[in-house]
Design a protein around this ligand. Sequence first.
Ligand code: SF4
Length: 204
Amino acid sequence: MNKKTERTIEALRENRFEALYFDTAEEAKEYLLKEVKTDQSVGFGGSVTLDEMGIYQALKERGNEVIWHWYIEEGSDRINMMNKAMFTDVYMSGINGLTEDGRIVNIDGTGNRLASMLFGHKRLFLVCGINKISRNVEESLIRIKNVACPLNTQRLNIPTPCSKADKCMNCTSERRICNATLIMEKQHGGIPTTVVLIGEKMGF
Ligand code: SF4
């Protein structure tokens, strides 16, 4: 583990989050599959990292009830899936940014992920590659808006200015994907939170 990652883990723990480090995504996946009980329902927030790990498929195959608006059930729709995911035992999401002083930064277009990070579940797992660590909140927000948002709008084919300019243009687009920001500074009273940090480049 490099010094920057070590500092981040230590700071997250000082902020009372549970913070764990795994060298590989495969090890992190094994841990998550062990922690989630087979009778627990699991909701997902949009996350390239979790999708790359195949954790949704692994949980589903072994019989967990899994709810993710990226995998819409027959007869349902995106919003209905997002609503259902808010009432699961466990919630899993990626992270947009982590800081070396132990803060967790997320930005949403809709707000479903942010709502689920604060209340309503028994346990929250936030999974993140070390490529998303920044020095502080300010640098994290700059990285998210100028790296993650353009790549996400390109991936989803959303015609915001950042998808063309490769940087934030502070737009007022109706399709804007960065409408709400949540900065988790300390473990809050809502849901016990575990940060699963992976020593690989995951998502963006
Ligand atoms: S404000 Fe607009 S241009 Fe900037 S990151 Fe958000 S969606 Fe993209």
